[in-house]
Write a protein that binds this ligand. Structure first.
Ligand code: HEC
Length: 220
């Protein structure tokens, strides 16, 4: 009985050391050793930027099929900003042109307003404040200068939806571009919310109409 136990122990020890031996004897120090199911470790698919011999140009990352529309774009919008590029340059003229030509393609449904408010709180409130008065948390604690009130900007710059889109896309002075954080669709959703904030604070200001960009009121 005892001998049998020793025999088992001995064969276990031999098997283990044989496995260790087999696994450790590799020339390549980076080799993981024996791979029992290599497909599980190594994807058979090409990595996005890997060379791909199946194509003449060897590019693994293929350009989108012609006519493809990415999420957040508006192929049928009257103001088609669905070009591969955004057509208005980051200049004062581009700012004015965007203000004249761009219109919010999304309807101000309760659902869209809710989405816009949600995005606003996440991306804009820290500076602009929940109410849009320029007193967000990092302004209140003295870490960042106040961007001012949106409704003052409507008076000063004729701020309207198109100009807002332009500023969110490129940024302006201390404000960085938010193009990588918000899709075009999300930018328009946020703009609906800003319009709501302006309406609440300064009900007599007209902000979303492109031709009547900023009509100041006597009251304000
Ligand atoms: C890090 C702080 C910061 C964040 C975050 C921020 N902004 Fe701004 N924003 C500013 C500052 C500062 C200005 C004033 C820029 C200037 O005119 O010098 C500004 C100006 C603006 C203006 C007015 C531009 C004009 O032409 O008068 C709009 C509209 C605006 N921001 C929208 C947004 C939206 C929408 C978001 C969120 C997606 C956002 N901002 C996030 C700091 C910020």
């Amino acid at each position: 009985m005892k001998i049998l136990k020793y025999k088992i122990q001995l064969s276990l020890a031999l098997t283990t050391s044989a496995l260790v031996f087999l696994n450790s004897c590799k020339n390549d120090p980076l080799s993981p050793g024996i791979e029992f199911m290599p497909d599980m470790y190594r994807s058979v698919a090409y990595k996005p930027y890997e060379e791909n011999p199946n194509f003449k140009d060897l590019l693994g990352a293929r350009p989108p099929v012609q006519g493809t529309v990415s999420q957040g774009e508006f192929p049928n919008s009257a103001f088609n900003i669905n070009e591969a590029f955004y057509p208005f340059p980051d200049t004062n003229e581009g700012y004015e042109e965007a203000g004249n030509k761009l219109k919010n393609p999304l309807p101000a449904t309760p659902e869209n307003l809710k989405k816009g408010a949600d995005l606003y709180v996440k991306f804009c409130s820290p500076c602009h404040g929940d109410a849009g008065d320029g007193n967000g948390s990092i302004v209140a604690n003295g870490k960042f200068p106040s961007p001012g009130k949106y409704w003052d900007r409507v008076l000063a710059n004729g701020l309207n939806d198109g100009k807002m889109f332009h500023v969110i896309t490129y940024g302006k002075n201390l404000m960085g571009s938010h193009a990588s954080q918000l899709t075009k669709e999300e930018r328009w959703l946020v703009i609906h919310h800003i319009d709501e904030l302006v309406k609440k604070a300064a009900p007599t200001l007209i902000v979303n109409s492109t031709e009547a960009s900023a009509k100041s009121s006597k009251k304000k």
